[in-house]
Design a protein around this ligand. Structure first.
Ligand code: ACO
Length: 402
């Protein structure tokens, strides 16, 4: 049943639901999840079909505008994005202010926030044309910003976008290529990365998307709302988990490769150690995205090599966990992040870039939710209530009497 908050508020009652475990913050027509049965659909389309048949750019269109595009609509959308891939030259210098060893996530969120300073003609949340322009700018510029965050961290020169390439190809070239040198794209890697971005493109009211909505509910502009979402994504309990999984696998190898001992420590909750990439607030069954990623991990690692030992450890951990009462009772299954890091690493991305790739994938979902919220006339500023547990009234003591 649905209880409307307004109605409840008028009775004087307040609901306490830490972590929003059972409280809907909104209605939404974008993504459907059935956690008990491991089902995920974007705008009604099963994730398996989209992963197999669609492209990231098409899925972005679907999430944001609600329907799959016609060929003409897709061409127009793609061309509009192509025209906006460059960054303002002054914004490029912004990256120089960061230390070389900075994590790319704060660089990414800061640069996205800075878009509000550089592109002031598309900030009005109530102007449909401006919202459309900032949508296109974000979709076009985030891969450029992400590639520059990487280039900065390795001390290599930035490459201008090459607009004869598609979004994913361009990102790979700007990340791994060098100026004035040809960069050979591997179509299998392009396709695999495109598919991973599709899998990450939306996941209804997760922590980062709820953050984008909450920031945006104050009528803050799209750029700054998305920047808030990127920061929320960084945490290891959310998008940072893909980096944390690889670090966990590396640690198991460094400590002698004993997965059974690692699982024992997880179950005993020693030092709060968790099996990263396992568990999910909504899925109490196999995450359908993890199933797709697991298959891709095999194909890509076979082709690129290099990560086999870690893949073996990951699969061993999964097998042992799925047969263990601790994980079975708590309905803990691999989530999307359990295998993605292995693929990213095989593609050549350093561990610190993994969550940036997640952000690139999640961007169209964040935009779709921000726009859905703004188009809904019943939207109110997000303003949770609290149960006050502090002192009742007491008198101020002068400092010499404390
Ligand atoms: N390893 C070990 N135990 C776990 C794990 C895990 N990965 N996840 C949950 N548990 C245990 C908890 O300790 C708790 O046990 P208890 O009842 O004995 O106290 C029980 O399972 C329920 O877990 P909660 O933390 O209450 O579940 P919640 O829904 O709040 O958390 C979350 C979900 C944050 C994803 C959690 O499972 C987790 O921390 N996983 C590891 C991090 C991770 O992979 N995050 C990525 C999420 S998916 C995404 O953002 C793409």
């Amino acid at each position: 049943g649905i209880v409307l908050g307004n109605l409840l508020a008028s009775t004087g009652y307040t609901t306490l639901d830490p972590g929003f475990v059972n409280t809907a913050s909104t209605k939404s027509a974008i993504t459907y999840i059935d956690g008990a049965n491991g089902i995920l659909r974007y705008r009604g389309y099963p994730i398996e079909q989209l992963a197999q048949k669609s492209t990231f750019i098409e899925v972005s269109y679907l999430l944001i505008y609600g329907e799959l595009p016609t060929a003409a609509q897709l061409e127009d959308f793609t061309n509009r994005i192509r025209r906006h891939t460059m960054l303002h030259e002054d914004l490029k210098r912004f990256f120089d202010g960061f230390p070389r060893n900075a994590h790319p996530m704060p660089v990414l969120s800061s640069a996205v926030n800075a878009l509000s300073a550089y592109y002031q003609d598309s900030l009005d949340p109530d102007d449909a044309d401006q919202v459309e322009l900032s949508t296109i700018r974000l979709l076009a510029k985030l891969p450029t910003i992400a590639a520059y965050a990487y280039k900065k961290s390795v001390g290599q020169p930035f490459l201008y976008p090459d607009n004869s390439l598609n979004l994913v190809e361009n990102f790979l070239r700007m990340t791994f290529g060098f100026p004035a040198e040809p960069y050979e794209l591997d179509p299998e890697i392009v396709k695999a990365l495109d598919m991973l971005l599709i899998l990450h493109a939306d996941h209804e009211q997760n922590c980062s998307t709820s953050t984008v909505r909450l920031v945006g509910s104050s009528d803050a502009n799209l750029f700054t709302s998305i920047s808030g979402g990127i920061n929320a994504l960084w945490g290891p309990l959310h998008g940072g988990a893909n980096q944390a999984v690889l670090e966990m696998l590396d640690r198991i190898v460094a400590e002698g490769g004993d997965s059974a001992d690692f699982l024992r420590r997880v179950k005993n909750k020693e030092d709060g150690v968790k099996l990263m990439g396992f568990g999910h607030r909504v899925y109490k069954n196999y995450d359908p995205r993890a199933a797709i990623v697991k298959d891709t991990a095999h194909t890509i690692l076979e082709k690129l090599g290099g990560g086999d030992q870690l893949l073996d450890i990951a699969m061993g951990l999964e097998e042992a966990a799925l047969a263990d009462d601790y994980f079975v009772e708590r309905k803990l299954y691999p989530n999307v992040d359990f295998y993605t890091g292995l693929i990213y690493r095989a593609m050549g991305f350093p561990t610190r870039m993994f969550t940036v790739l997640f952000a690139m994938g999640r961007l169209p979902g964040w935009i779709a939710h921000w726009r859905e919220m703004h188009e809904d006339p019943t939207t109110k500023i997000g303003r949770p209530r609290q149960i006050y547990t502090g002192y009742t009234e007491r008198d101020y003591n002068d400092i010499e009497r404390r």
